[in-house]
Design a protein around this ligand. Structure first.
Ligand code: GCU
Length: 138
């Protein structure tokens, strides 16, 4: 199915600011999480049925250092220090993809800085809940 995009700038932000000074973002901006451990962006993601989902974090990291983040779903750690490596420039955006299980109802998905350098800049989270359709024999 087509993924649904949840912007970072409209998510819940703890210790971070919405900025738009690096080109290439979608929506109205991106989140520059403070460069401290514990800064986070949290999305509310409603889904109709429990199941596997692909999460694609759209990010930019203009440094050459990894900017890892812990990813939790409904309070459970699902990706420990997920790497967000350098993208070459703050205006060069890439996606970091993981697969998780989501519950029926509203899911709380949080990305939290695990180092004093903070996170990469985050543009959006794309959530794809349905498996790709399989073409049958005609
Ligand atoms: C620069 C850049 C920010 C980025 C920050 C950082 O200030 O302009 O967008 O978030 O570096 O290193 O976190």
């Amino acid at each position: 199915a087509a993924p649904i995009r949840y912007q970072a700038e409209t998510a819940t932000i703890s210790q971070g600011v919405v900025e738009s000074n690096h080109a290439g973002f979608t929506g109205t901006g991106f989140v520059n999480a403070d460069n401290v451990t514990g800064s986070y962006v949290q999305w509310s993601v409603p889904v109709g049925t429990a199941g596997t989902a692909t999460l694609s974090f759209r990010f930019a990291n203009g440094t050459t250092a990894n900017r890892p983040a812990d990813i939790t779903v409904n309070g459970t750690l699902v990706s420990d220090e997920l790497s967000f490596g350098g993208t070459g420039a703050w205006s060069t955006w890439q996606t970091r993809v993981i697969t998780v299980q989501l519950a029926a109802g509203t899911n709380t998905i949080r990305a939290t800085s695990t180092t004093a350098a903070g996170m990469a800049n985050l543009d959006a989270l794309d959530v794809d809940t349905a498996p790709a359709p399989v073409r049958g024999t005609p």
